[in-house]
Design a protein around this ligand. Sequence first.
Ligand code: ZN
Length: 466
Amino acid sequence: MFSPRTGCIAIAGVMAAIFLTVASALAQQSSMPAPSPDPQIAAALKEISAVQIQRNIDQLAGFYTRQTLSSDIPPVGGRGINAAAEWIQGEFQKYSSQCGDCLEVRTDQFLQPPAPRIPQATTITNVYAVLRGTDPANAGRIYVVTGHYDSRNSDPNDISNPAPGANDDASGTAVSLECARVLSKHRFPATIIFLTVAGEEQGLYGSAHFAKVAKAVGWDIEAVLNNDIVGGDSTSGDAQRNPHIVRVFSEGTSSTASAEELQRIRSLGGESDGPSRQLARYLAEVATQYLSAADFHAMLVFRHDRYLRGGDHASFNEQGFAAVRLTEYHENYNHQHQNVRTENGIEYGDLAKFVDYDYTANVARLNAATLASLASAPAPPADVRLLTKQLQNDSTLEWKASPGGLATGYEVLWRDTTAPDWQHAKNVGNVTRVTLAVSKDNVIFAVRALDAKGHRSLAIVPQPER
Ligand SMILES: [Zn+2]
């Protein structure tokens, strides 16, 4: 007999199942089989600890405020952004002392002149640790993980009221710290930088300074992973919440593409193949490789950021670096940029009790696996070209060998022009030229370098050569 009550429950159950299926399908799953995991990287991921992440987020949320303008307040009584910066520096130094001083702990400090949301000249301090690559031929390649440790409440310039900023963005800061703690126990041929920046909520000032200096001194930053709001807000009863998915936002074409480059991109359909988009696809593949068993997935969003929002990846994009943003699947705006208070029974404020530490730990694992994979892999092949000298139905690609001596072979990737992610991969051996019986008019190609252990470089889309 039909019972309305159980019927409703049954329907609700079916709806929930449909929602979960749709949400899982939304997560980017490459149609190619993922490469098998590197056992050393898989072992390192097991060291990432939700308990450690909880400790770090609780500590950061306990500085009363980490508002950037509070840098004029001496760090007395453990309050203000200077106290937070000192604590982060101390954590990096502690990890370094546990790995034979393997980390170079540094600050990038500058006086920001008055500007929007900076009423008076304000000292801004970025704190970071460098795990220098062990191979002189590859140590110049740099991979960056970053989060912003400043916080805010309802009024962006208010330094008087508490601004715990547990999700935004102690969670991202905790990802940088936990990647540093775990990856500093390992060595990689290329260099990894664990970065925490300030000034984000006032207008990306800290990351803008760091990225400009990096560009000016010629650092070869090949990828930046910006973690901002990765706490997986755990508000009970929020039906749209999904603890299995992190969103990865990326620009489709480079912010620094010239008018001539944009013209070529338009004519060849390259709108979804800039360096940041390739980095996003790399993350999705790493998620499938290392985290599918944990039922954790990357959902690629082909968009620079969410509506009305921005983040530190933009500072790196503007200097021509590949950079993406990781953010929880479903945000709760009552718990961001809000004074801590209760109104009409609703709790507002970015409190640590709303953070899902297991979720942030999975985000940290995805970051660590991506950094370790990239820093272990050969450099990408250089000067990749698609020969278009005559009308032919097959396709010839040429490139210069991956610099640095780590590559033992190359893989050609391709996909339909309408497909979001790579659909085919062909190992072509240790060559720098190949002809495939696939029409270049119908697909998008890329080439990446491989080593003997299966580490893969970022993919490089060829330029046409006539
Ligand atoms: Zn933020």
